[in-house]
Design a protein around this ligand. Sequence first.
Ligand SMILES: [Zn+2]
Length: 270
Amino acid sequence: MSFCGECGKKFNLLEKKYKTRDLRSLCSNCYEKYCLESKIEEERKELEKLQMVGVTGFITRLGDFNPMVRRGAAYGLGKLNDRRAVEPLIEALKDKDNYVVINAAKSLGNIGDIRALNVLRKLSKRGNIHYKIREEAEQAVKKLKQVKFQGMATIVDADIKDMSWQNFEDKICELLDAVPRDSRTADMGLDGVTKEGIPIQIKQSEKIGRPVVDKFCHAVRRYFSNSDRKKRGIIVAFSFTNGAYEEIERARREDNLDINLVTVEELLIK
Ligand SMILES: [Zn+2]
């Protein structure tokens, strides 16, 4: 006579018993639960170990001379799921070790930050690489597209042109991964700054023309006035006039300003 080590149910003669790692016999129901829970437990333990190294620890390890260490770092960063790892992982896609690249691609898919979308897409289309890299990049692109579509869905749901100005601005900042304006940038007539430090201007209207671009160029110059970084800026709107495009060409040529005009549509589909 024997009983399930978990729920205490009596086994009937033909019933199959399942052994746990600590050698208890369980009924099939309890064993199923046990497997699920031990998997969760293992994952929790793994995460705990990874957290001890930490995001910055793994980012440092991405530069290790030993490919095994770099592979582990690229893997660990995906599990920690922290956006600080996005740029270093994008860099790791250039690693000469195939398995570092494979892990980095997978991790970028897990983290789900759309900054990685374009570079992964390019990677997934390259011919002269290990097929597993291509496969992993394709998977990651699928995941990131989904993230993008979700972002799009909320914006389309809200009917973008009828959105309140504030919601529109927040949404665009989110899509650009930018910090919305604070008192300092607002004073300069800017609507936000991307994580890379590029000032942006957001217009919820069509046919943005030369005067807006001209004003923005002044704001960008002011923004970078105490810095020797390249002067760049982004204007987002529904559409731009030819005059606007001519103006940014002129600014590029004569003032060494790199201004990008981005339509909302491009931002959503890119
Ligand atoms: Zn049981």
